[in-house]
Design a protein. Structure first.
Length: 275
């Protein structure tokens, strides 16, 4: 399990332990292993049908927003955003800007394969104030999570709440290098998902380079307490330097299989580009 590069809420081995399943370790492994049970893949007939449904749905809806946030945007893995916007491989193509409101909620329109979506990146504060802060400082001085009257209790700021109400999904970015303590990243995620448990959640577990020692996907699932979330989620290992794993994560988030209702699910669908 330590070698798995991705784990989803539908293939989470820790969920069997949580419910005290009587399955053996081997049975759990065979059920959850991404090399055996590829829950993120669908057959060609479903791909064609989902593309057709997205084409029909695009007549009635515009492109929707993905909200990207997290401590990984303010650490050594922060070049992720720059690499998304100026991707030399052209997997991610920048199509233009989208306006925000009162300086908040603006973003970039991006094309990935046949999908067109708006990526809204939320930082805790301006670059000058983000520098040289610990993760605890990020929460105390944030402009996104505001401290309540209770000690160590946080709530979502009104601006973020308004932006997330129109979102299709959440992207939580963490720096998964061994120098970090994963449990330090838990509070921010729990606060955001507490109110938006219906949104699919992508956790980009990033390192800056291939030589960086990293925490495994199963470590992220355990220490971020993902088994307790109501969201559908995927942990995807990524390397910021060569962008390996990033495309796979976004494709999971954008595919219509995340909705129970293929045509009019409760989660907003991104716009599909058609020729």
């Amino acid at each position: 399990m330590k070698s798995w590069s991705s784990i989803s809420s539908r293939s989470n081995p820790l969920s069997y332990i949580l419910v005290q399943s009587d399955r053996s370790q081997k049975e759990i492994y065979l059920t959850c292993s991404p090399t055996i049970h590829r829950s993120n893949q669908i057959d060609e007939s479903f791909v064609y049908f989902s593309q057709l449904s997205n084409y029909v749905r695009s007549w009635f809806t515009g492109s929707k927003d993905l909200i990207m946030f997290g401590p990984g945007l303010e650490s050594y893995t922060s070049p992720l955003v720059k690499n998304l916007l100026w991707d030399e491989s052209k997997r991610f193509q920048t199509m233009g800007m989208i306006p925000g409101h009162a300086g908040f909620g603006s973003g970039i329109r991006i094309k990935l394969q046949s999908y067109l979506f708006n990526l809204i990146t939320l930082y805790t504060n301006c670059m000058k104030e983000r520098e040289n802060r610990t993760n605890t400082d990020r929460l105390i001085t944030t402009n996104r999570l505001v401290q309540s009257n209770h000690i160590d209790a946080f709530d979502i700021s009104p601006q973020v709440r308004d932006v997330c109400r129109e979102a299709h999904g959440l992207v939580y970015v963490i720096d998964a290098s061994r120098d970090n303590i994963l449990s330090d990243f838990c509070t921010e995620l729990q606060v955001m998902t507490r109110e938006f448990s219906y949104l699919p959640l992508l956790i980009l577990s990033c390192v800056i380079g291939t030589e960086t020692k990293r925490w495994s996907a199963i470590d992220v699932v355990r220490d971020l307490q993902l088994s307790s979330l109501g969201n559908q989620w995927l942990v995807q290992d990524c390397c910021v330097g060569n962008m390996n794993g990033v495309e796979e994560g976004f494709i999971w988030l954008l595919t219509p299989k995340n909705n129970d209702n293929l045509f009019f699910g409760t989660t907003n669908e991104p716009e599909m580009i058609t020729n």
